[in-house]
Design a binder for this molecule. Sequence first.
Ligand code: NAD
Ligand code: UFG
Length: 337
Amino acid sequence: MNLLLTGGMGYIGSHTAVALTLAGHRVVLYDNLSNSAQVMAERLERITGVSPLFVSGDVRDTDRLCHTLRHHAIETVIHFAGLKVVGESLEIPLDYYANNVQGSISLLQAMHVAGTRALVFSSSANVYGEPRYLPVDECHPTGVTNPYGRTKLHVEEILHDLARSDPAWRIVCLRYFNPVGAHESGLIGEHPQGLPNNLMPYIARVATGELAELQVFGNDYPTPDGTGVRDFIHVMDLAEGHACAVAYLNAHPGWQVINLGTGQGYSVLEMIRAFEVASGRPVPYRIAPRRPGDSASCYANPEKAHRLLNWTARRTLAQMCATTWAFQSGMGTEGPA
Ligand code: NAD
Ligand code: UFG
């Protein structure tokens, strides 16, 4: 199948490109490189043996998207492109609405004109807000608390309206929990610019010695060891979930929202210990105040993904840490991607 991956040069998009290429699909990566680099294409070729088709462009450029969809006879789009940092979205909300909401509308307009009606959308567990019960299933009420989460929820609602308006549309919104890890080659992975906001990339840079210590945001939560608990999911499991969603879309019109998580929560302290074992390096940390807006615990009920997509996450916490370390420790020779 011919697939367009907007934001396909980024962290999740690149790993999904590997999974889809190895499954025999032809992928076109459409990206403005605002948070990725051209070298990614070469890395993908080294992993898959196939040179990926890359189109440099912004998702707000409807004409360029339309041309790309037609030129490559795209049958399904996976829409990763967007901005994703919760804290930043509070500072520059307009950029978030422009990239994430306006960008999605532009893509949908292009798809409408080009006659492409199948879409997988990258949503987030962020739309649930503070969990009211655990594990979080798709019936859990939404409760966004920041502009980033609101952009995701707005787009989900737009997609739902679109599916209701025209039965030809096939749409799956995937709500990711906490993607971590890297491809087992160590060639691609997550490389945030500047100081990492998320736990795993921060731990990885403390382990290399680039950063002195990790701040553990709160140890007085109502969790077994007092630190926050999250549903960390290996990015290659997540990538394979997209391949399953594409197969599902082939056979099912309409709109679905589906969690992609493992169903298993790990605490911040458990993550630190697992990373120390995987890397053989110490991860010094100190307890700091809670981070505003954080919840104590959040993990998925992944049953719907299993039922509809026949997908289950299978990689372990040890694999999440080992692959992150392989990528992080190899960057001195390879450079970031
Ligand atoms: P990423 O920043 O690594 O990848 C996003 C890619 O989109 C980048 O390559 C960037 O250059 C590109 N991009 C951004 N704006 C664009 C635009 N206007 N036009 C074209 N390209 C553009 O992020 P990621 O972690 O791979 O996330 C992918 C998607 O998954 C995002 O939509 C994000 O909100 C969502 N998501 C991510 C996480 C996470 O923890 N990583 C969790 C839940 C949901
Ligand atoms: N944490 C620390 N120190 C750090 C960073 C994080 O102790 O330096 C803790 C947090 O307090 C939290 C846990 O590690 O308890 C996980 O934090 P992350 O920032 O890695 O992840 P979040 O669950 O806060 O949020 C992430 C993404 C959101 C997304 C959500 C669900 O940043 O965009 O996962 O997918 F919505």
